[in-house]
Ligand binder design. Structure first.
Ligand SMILES: C[S@@+](CC[C@H](N)C(=O)[O-])C[C@H]1O[C@@H](n2cnc3c(N)ncnc32)[C@H](O)[C@@H]1O
Length: 281
């Protein structure tokens, strides 16, 4: 997303991490250079206008989605602000934790909508970070609904606990700190099942998480699995060497596409959300 039309949390520091926001940044730079005359003196006005149109089309999409989506609650907004205030570059998670991990308003609202549509009562989150998506889903649950949120990092889990404790619906979230695969095994041993599973942790672990959820019978009969970042900044479909995360997502997407146990749709919202349901029973 362009800095001038950035996230609603006004930090102004968020870097583009989705295909649309990355394309918007490329186009904005091209327009800037073209207007300054540094792209080529023979550049026609018609060509420049087309470039501006492309920039506006792409750069305007995310802000428009924000405006047309039901606003987030005051608690979610506070949690996002608290996350934006953390010094990620200088903190204990420097190098692997960053503000941009937070899913945010529109995706949070989609998750809430999915909780409503599936009438979910039990939600499992794999990769909680500071708790935005966990709290969003908790807000959509009935009074007896529960979210079990897995997080490996104690530092972000502490921030999440603090934000959840000061929110109206945070008491529905139970935080489990440790490697998610261990927590999944414990939940399966306890006979727990979930109506909605949101996978948003380490990308290299995605295939393992889906297989574990299916094989250990953690998904209730009408349950759905939602998997985040399945567009991974466009890397799975772009030429050029992908990062290790891009490669992991490309492999995950290929395996899901040929897995006879499930059917799925990749929704191109933000950095891609694949919604999966079981069809083999
Ligand atoms: C993209 S963030 C999650 C964002 C969160 N769902 C939200 O919407 O705000 C990914 C999180 O997964 C956590 N994580 C990474 N590997 C993990 C693992 N093996 N088990 C549990 N959590 C893990 C990271 O520490 C990080 O906080």
């Amino acid at each position: 997303m362009l800095p001038t039309r950035s996230t609603p949390y006004a930090a102004g520091t968020a870097r583009p991490v989705t295909p649309v926001s990355i394309a918007a940044r490329h186009l904005a730079r091209l327009v800037e250079q073209a207007e300054a005359g540094s792209v080529g003196s023979d550049l026609g006005q018609e060509w420049l206008q087309e470039l501006r149109d492309c920039r506006d089309l792409v750069a305007g999409l995310d802000p428009y989605l924000e405006r047309c989506t039901t606003p987030e609650s005051a608690d979610l907004r506070a949690l996002a602000r608290r996350t934006a205030e953390v010094d990620w570059a200088g903190g204990p998670g420097a190098g692997y934790l960053e503000q941009e991990m937070l899913s945010g308003h529109v995706e949070g609202q989609l998750l809430k909508m999915l909780v409503h549509l599936t009438r979910a009562e039990r939600v499992l989150e794999i990769g909680m970070f500071t708790g935005y998506s966990a709290l969003a889903m908790a807000e959509a649950l009935g009074p007896d609904g529960r979210v079990v949120a897995c997080e490996i990092d104690e530092y972000v889990a502490a921030i999440a606990r603090e934000c959840l404790a000061s929110s109206a619906e945070g008491h529905k979230v139970s935080v489990r700190v440790g490697p998610a695969l261990d927590t999944l095994a414990e939940l399966a041993r306890a006979g727990q099942r979930f109506d909605l599973v949101f996978v948003d942790a380490d990308k290299a672990g995605y295939t393992g998480y889906l297989n574990t959820v299916l094989e250990l019978d953690l998904l209730s009969p009408h349950g759905v699995v939602c998997v985040d970042n399945t567009l991974l900044q466009g890397q799975p479909y772009l030429d050029g060497p992908p990062t290790s995360n891009g490669e992991a997502i490309a492999v995950f997407n290929r395996e899901v596409a040929r897995d006879p146990r499930v059917e799925q749709v990749l929704v191109p919202l933000r950095d891609g959300l694949t919604v999966i349901r079981r069809v083999d029973r």
